[in-house]
Design a protein around this ligand. Structure first.
Ligand SMILES: Nc1ncnc2c1ncn2[C@@H]1O[C@H](COP(=O)(O)OP(=O)(O)OP(=O)(O)O)[C@@H](O)[C@H]1O
Length: 541
């Protein structure tokens, strides 16, 4: 988060690597790693108190308490639980740290690194059978396993072994060593980033298999937790699995994010005055903690440049001076964050193959290619374009941009806008950029969508040909039925794919608001593919 952040165990520090690095000190002498034990199924070297846990994750008190109650008291069986919520909402860190607090043993497998059934199965078995891949075993797994049926047999065997050891330990409770042992006789399997399994070739068999695992195993000492970026309804509902209990991590509010970002700052007053000027516009672009902290780190350094003493509490005069110094850096940084954020979103669907190979993709939002390298239906494309325009353009201009003729009086409007002074235009553009992509209600999206599709149907204006690339791909769309339930389904798919974010509801209107997440580059490609003259409808052009 910041250079001042206190060292924390994150999920990226796997228990094995942590154990190995601890052992590495000894291994310089002994050249041998300590054999693993059930204690290695715990998370973190030392437990944390409930207060520490809650204070480590501002804005998540409710989720922590509720999740703990779902896990139940020690030794109580639990119903399989499906933890879902947007990216960086703290799902993984919180689940793992709850286990750290409870000192309960678990196996953790992320479908990012376990990118095929075989790797997933073998990783779980390795952990349960306390097997460490090393030079001496040729970095091989304890068992080779790629079939669900083999996995079930081996898993039962491995779980019985662990549960037996835990039971044995429980009988020796009270001994000196017992304080370091795991709590209870339950063992938990945590499957993280389950949404990625949807991209696996065998997803249609693996997903129901994983969801049915609890019923297949019939071992009450085993708890199952699935963590996913998407909600349960995005998984196949027709494959006959018993739905796990859904548990939602909502997006953070601006105030939560302020508390999170402030948490590890030494000079909270100074950082707070910095957040006063940057947090709102950045929150409009992303609410992901890691994206925000990455974007704000260099900006905060800039903000502090005029200061001699970083421990000073800034007064109003100083705040103004610091803001003056920072101001010109905000818009480019917002722009960059928007580009990366949208790139990550649009790239998510593209990086399927890379994920399979376990490559962390460095995303470049702006590729020079004019081709869309994923399939999307024509109406979804228009919906995506409509959402982008609704996020980018001020709502007050809708009437003039999308009139009853689908905006065919654009030239008139353009002349008007070109009469504006350059300075005024720049200021407005800057303001829009600072605000980031705006939110909009469903009604506005559908109204724009209807206008755009009617343009595609009724106004094959020759003027458009200069804006479009390629031939013969003109969208032909009937006017009836586009604003039907399937459009709402398309919208839901675009939300699930993170192209559009479904946000909280507006306190004044009470309706749900949406925001487009995609970069202009991507929308331009989409627009080209349906021969839609996007630039004519963009306010800033
Ligand atoms: N409430 C919070 N307080 C402090 N840090 C947080 C909080 N929520 C998230 N973070 C930090 O944000 C980063 C991402 O969190 P984490 O990986 O747990 O989120 P996630 O919901 O599992 O994300 P993803 O779905 O992308 O895997 C971590 O560094 C985590 O510590």
């Amino acid at each position: 988060m910041s250079s001042e952040e206190s060292p924390q165990i994150t999920r990226r520090t796997t228990r094995l690597s942590a154990a190995n690095s601890e052992n590495a000190v000894d291994s310089s002498k002994s050249c041998a790693l300590k054999p693993l034990s059930v204690n290695d199924l715990l998370y973190g070297n030392s437990p944390i108190s409930l207060e520490e846990l809650i204070s480590s994750f501002p804005g998540r008190r409710g989720q922590i308490i509720e999740l703990m109650s779902l896990l139940g008291p020690v030794n109580s069986p639990m119903f399989p639980t499906f933890v879902h919520g947007g990216s960086s909402t703290g799902k993984t860190s919180i689940v793992l740290n709850i286990f750290r607090h409870l000192r309960r043993p678990f196996v953790y497998a992320s479908c990012i690194t376990c990118y095929s059934p075989r790797i997933l199965f073998e990783s779980i078995l390795n952990q349960l059978m306390l097997h460490r891949k090393s030079d001496s075993n040729g970095y091989s797994s304890i068992k080779r396993c790629d079939k669900p049926s083999d996995f079930v047999n081996l898993l039962r065997e491995a779980l019985s072994g662990v549960i037996g050891t835990l039971q044995g330990n429980a009988e020796k409770a009270g001994s000196k060593k017992a304080a370091r042992w795991p709590n209870g006789k339950m063992v938990y399997l945590i499957f993280d980033s389950l949404n990625l399994v949807k991209e696996w070739e065998k997803s249609s068999t693996i997903l129901p298999f994983l969801f049915n695992l609890y019923d297949i195993l019939r071992m009450p000492e085993v708890g199952l937790i699935f963590i996913s970026n998407n909600s349960l309804d995005t998984y196949y509902a027709d494959t006959g699995f018993v739905e796990p209990f859904p548990f939602h991590f909502p997006d953070y509010s601006e105030d939560d994010l302020r508390q999170i970002l402030l948490k590890h700052q030494v000079n909270k007053n100074l950082y707070s005055s910095f957040l006063d000027v940057v947090l709102r516009p950045f929150c409009r672009i992303t609410r992901r903690v890691n994206e925000l902290s990455t974007a704000l780190l260099p900006l905060f350094k800039k903000y502090c440049e005029p200061l001699g003493d970083l421990g000073a509490v800034p007064n109003e005069d100083m705040k103004r001076k610091l803001y003056g110094h920072l101001q010109r850096h905000i818009a480019p940084s917002l722009n960059e964050t928007f580009r990366v954020s949208a790139g990550l979103t649009s790239g998510a669907s593209r990086s399927k193959d890379n994920k399979r190979k376990g490559i962390v993709k460095k995303l470049e939002a702006c590729t020079s290619s004019y081709e869309l390298d994923f399939h999307m239906s024509t109406s979804a494309k228009f919906l995506l374009i409509s959402a982008f325009l609704a996020s980018r353009n001020p709502a007050t201009l809708d009437a003039s941009l999308f009139d009853s003729t689908g905006g065919s009086d654009n030239r008139k409007r353009k002349r008007k806008s070109s009469a504006k002074s350059l300075e005024q235009k720049e200021t407005t553009e800057q303001e829009l950029l600072m605000k980031g992509p705006g939110t909009f209600p469903l009604e506005r999206l559908l109204a724009i969508f209807q206008c755009l599709t009617s343009v595609a149907e009724y106004s094959p204006d020759a003027e458009y040909s200069s804006d479009v690339e390629g031939q013969g791909n003109r969208a032909t769309m009937g006017d009836s039925g586009y604003i039907g339930s399937h459009v709402l389904l398309q919208l839901s798919s675009l939300c699930n794919a993170n192209f559009i974010t479904k946000g909280g509801s507006c306190p004044l209107e009470g309706s749900t608001r949406y925001r487009s997440n995609v970069s202009e580059d991507l929308v331009l490609k989409v627009a080209r593919s349906v021969k839609f003259p996007l630039s004519k409808y963009l306010y800033r052009r």
